[in-house]
Design a protein around this ligand. Structure first.
Ligand code: ATP
Length: 255
């Protein structure tokens, strides 16, 4: 992204963003509510265009490429997408149908190869036993994992995860963080961008961070250089204390 701004009326959702993600990098985007994280991810997912500046995705420039050709190369997992999955959809079909860029199993013929791959991905995320269940009957944590499997189904070159741990209990969060860590450490995995509000949710193996506040970048670069008490305090507008235990981060208000 070069000099990227997104404006709606008088609101600047993002301003003057310079950012690049290489294919072997795993980025976490951190910031408070309303900072512009989802807007940034929607640009990265070819779901919207910038008001100013240019966005290049996987070698193509937004505005000069057919986004319908670009989107299958990008795996996206977000609450907005989760809300569009029909509750009556069978879990394995939620994953398989990603290959056809459709939601809901209509009349497409999926071959056995696709079903096999979907089950493999569900297994990698620990939810293959749910393949025959209806999506609407799953818990929040199970849904998140199914949607990550779905996002991986097309073998994307870039994986975008918008708050994948939101709404999960402690065990569910820890389990998801461990699975995302495995994915992050896999050299064959796609480039990854994960949006979160919490440093505790940064999976080991993530390499870079971008901190956003009120549509502007506070800091970006190598994870350990960016995730500091000083940068977090500036991002969240509070005096925060940061601790690192092993390869995990923990933050709280300084007392
Ligand atoms: N169409 C719009 N018109 C005006 N303002 C908008 C529009 N869409 C989003 N915004 C505002 O832009 C800001 C950034 O929104 P965005 O969803 O990107 O934030 P976020 O960092 O993902 O927030 P959260 O953590 O709460 O999900 C918010 O203040 C939001 O209210």
């Amino acid at each position: 992204m070069a000099d990227v701004s997104v404006r709606r009326g008088r609101n600047t959702l993002l301003g003057g963003v310079q950012w690049s993600v290489e294919l072997d990098e795993r980025w976490v985007v951190l910031g408070p509510n309303g900072a512009g994280k989802t807007t940034l991810l929607r640009l990265a997912g070819a779901e919207m265009h910038p008001t100013e500046g240019t966005v290049h995705l996987l070698g193509e420039q937004l505005g000069r490429v057919d986004v319908f050709e670009l989107r299958p190369r990008i795996g996206l997992c977000s609450a907005a997408l989760a809300a569009r999955v029909p509750a009556q959809e069978k879990v394995v079909d939620v994953v398989v149908s990603a290959g056809y860029a459709v939601l809901g199993r209509w009349r497409e013929d999926y071959d056995e190869l696709d079903t096999g791959r979907a089950l493999e991905l569900l297994a990698a995320l620990g939810v293959d036993h749910l393949g025959d269940r209806l999506f609407g009957t799953l818990s929040e944590g199970e849904r998140k994992r199914v949607l990550i499997a779905r996002a991986l189904m097309t073998d994307p070159e870039m994986l975008l995860l918008d708050e994948p741990a939101a709404g999960l209990d402690l065990g569910g969060r820890e389990d998801l963080v461990a699975r995302l860590s495995e994915l992050a450490l896999d050299p064959d995995a796609p480039a990854m961008v994960l949006v979160t509000h919490h440093v505790e949710e940064i999976p080991p193996g993530f390499t870079h961070a971008l901190l956003l506040r009120e549509g502007g970048v506070v800091a970006q670069g190598l994870l350990d250089e960016v995730i500091t008490a000083e940068n977090l305090s500036a991002t969240f507008g509070q005096d925060l204390d940061l601790q690192k235990a092993g390869d995990r981060f923990f933050a709280r208000r300084r007392v």
